[in-house]
Design a protein around this ligand. Structure first.
Ligand code: NAI
Length: 529
């Protein structure tokens, strides 16, 4: 019998790793619930039917001090259609904040203009800072790896708040659009520490940090640095790092070498879909968005508009996300029983059309779910079953999660000596680099600053550059202190005065202060500088 190393920990999100939920007890634990759009309602109905059959909602089940009450909330397309650009009603927000837990189906994101993704808004607004995604080989789910006898069992921990997902975008000139990539030290600390904590609780011995710090030396650089700092408190776990492009290749060639990888938001999003592909597709990828106060459980996949309403969607990913949630709140017994039933059904060839042995019949969502319900109480025989505890060690939490008094400011570095050494000013102009240089040198006469660099799309084009570098209509001009001045001799107001002078003649799109932090440059060099 091949071993299933994740059997007792699969999809477990120890409550203590992120939120304060497991502490309180009471008669009924309330969870905000929304089916979502597209296939969402179909797979949510299937999941709830299974949960009901497994007694998850029973208040008086053995070993349980509380039942679960799902409180429906309105989010998604129907709310957008009423003109609410948040995509969730005020009542939905209040109920979710009172419950501290949201179980949700996928939601459609309006394309292009209009409302932003609710999924992203919810994670960010409620600071669900870590997105834990579990990918593993499942019986009956054939992949090139399962056929080759390669067992995959790994977690992606994706930073969930920052990065380009800040959605801070601007049109800067006729031809240039910008998306700001924001990475903070506290944001990095939260996600790295969460990863090491759950790795410790799951007995995972090695955690990788995936990054692109060789190119984005400051943003990915701090992500990697804070990962290494967090690792020092978890000495029994080996901490390693891997550049994200190499990670993608390694995952395809030898996926079994990874157990947990922590990544910034966008890279984590892309790599986790890659991992879903390794284990049979999005139909098997569950996720938990863990925050200090509010946690959100959902499948990785979207609304699958191409199959919505046909009754053929695969509910497994949402079911497995629900199991992450049950474990998060301490319902280990129910989660284990359901997981064993899912594994038994899969190994018996119960399947929807998106996976499985073509020789076995394709079932619709309802019959597939029935196939799992019929196996409640059974255990898989081809892999090690999940150990079912006699009782639940902790009753579900029921007290409302204490609401923070006010928005908190989280900080990592506080005592830092910072000095202004110059500024980068960004111009919307179609002039040539030489003409821009001539104008800028005139503007900075009689100021503490001299022109030191002009770059275009990040590449230096003045004082030296290549005739082969093509420029667009948006420049960065860099001014630094003249010889004889020291960092700190002049403050920000002199930079603003310089910008004002330039703005009399040019369109200034934005400016960034150049500073040294404890003597270290807080800005990057241009390509070719
Ligand atoms: P998608 O994940 O909805 O679909 C990609 C492909 O996978 C489709 O062929 C679909 O049929 C298939 N698929 C997905 N889930 C399946 C399931 N459970 N059973 C069987 N087949 C399944 O991705 P897509 O098409 O890029 O996005 C559709 C919408 O979903 C968009 O509006 C997007 O913004 C939204 N979305 C929402 C997410 C969320 O709520 N967390 C996550 C990802 C996308």
């Amino acid at each position: 019998m091949p071993s299933n190393p994740s059997a007792t920990t699969a999809a477990a999100v120890p409550a203590s790793a992120g939120s304060s939920h497991a502490a309180a007890r009471g008669p009924s634990l309330k969870i905000a619930l929304t089916g979502g759009d597209g296939i969402g309602p179909e797979i949510m109905d299937a999941t709830l039917e299974l949960f009901k059959a497994a007694g998850v909602m029973d208040a008086a089940a053995p070993g349980r001090a509380a039942g679960i009450e799902f409180i429906p909330v309105e989010m998604g397309r129907s709310v957008f259609e009423k003109g609410n650009t948040k995509g969730m009603t005020d009542e939905a927000i209040r109920i979710t904040e009172d419950c501290g837990l949201l179980f949700k189906g996928p939601m459609e994101t309006p394309k292009g203009g209009g409302g932003k993704s609710i999924n992203v808004t919810a994670r960010k607004m409620w600071n669900a800072f870590a997105n834990l995604r579990h990918f593993r080989t499942l019986p009956g789910v054939q992949t090139v790896y399962s056929k080759a006898g390669i067992h995959i069992d790994m977690y992606i921990v994706r930073e969930n708040i920052e990065d380009t997902y800040g959605g801070v975008e601007h049109r800067l000139s006729n031809d240039m659009i910008q998306c700001k990539r924001l990475i903070s030290a506290p944001g990095c600390d939260l996600v790295s520490r969460f990863a090491f904590k759950i790795a410790r609780q799951m007995g995972i011995k090695k955690v990788h940090c995936g990054h692109k710090a060789n190119i984005m030396k400051m943003t990915d650089g701090i992500f990697l640095d804070r990962f290494k700092v967090a690792a020092k408190d978890f000495t029994e776990i080996e901490a390693a790092d891997v550049i994200v492009d190499a990670l993608c290749m390694n995952l395809v060639i030898k996926p079994q070498q990874y157990r947990m990888v922590v990544l910034p938001n966008l890279q984590g999003d892309i790599v986790s879909d890659l991992c879903a592909g390794l284990v049979g597709g999005l139909g098997f990828a569950p996720s938990a968005n863990i925050g200090r106060h509010i946690s959100i459980f959902e499948a990785v996949h979207g609304t699958a508009p191409d199959i919505a309403g046909k009754g053929i969607a695969n509910p497994t990913a949402l079911i497995l996300s629900g199991l992450m949630m049950l474990r998060h709140i301490g319902l280990l017994r129910e989660a284990a029983i359901i997981e064993n039933a899912v594994l038994s059904a899969l190994e018996s060839g119960v399947r929807t059309g998106d996976f499985g042995d073509p020789a076995k019949p394709v079932l619709g969502t309802k019959d597939y779910t029935k196939g799992i319900i019929d196996r409640l109480g059974q255990k898989p025989t081809t892999i090690t079953p999940v150990t079912v505890p006699e009782t639940n060690p902790a009753a579900p939490a029921s007290a409302p999660v204490p609401r923070p008094q006010a928005t908190q400011v989280i900080r990592t570095f506080t005592d830092v000596v910072r000095h202004v050494v110059g500024c980068d000013i960004y111009l919307d102009t179609p002039l040539s680099p030489a003409s821009v240089a001539e104008e800028m040198q005139r503007c900075c006469e009689d100021t503490p600053f001299k022109l030191t660099l002009i770059s275009n799309r990040g590449t230096q084009v003045w004082p030296t550059g290549s005739a082969y570098t093509e420029c667009v209509d948006y420049y960065r001009v860099r001014f630094e202190l003249r010889e004889g001045s020291r960092p700190g001799d002049f403050g920000q107001s002199r930079c603003v005065a310089l910008m004002d002078r330039i703005a009399e003649k040019f369109t200034v799109c934005s400016y960034e202060l150049l500073r040294v932090f404890d003597g270290v440059k807080g800005y990057s060099l241009a390509q070719g500088q």
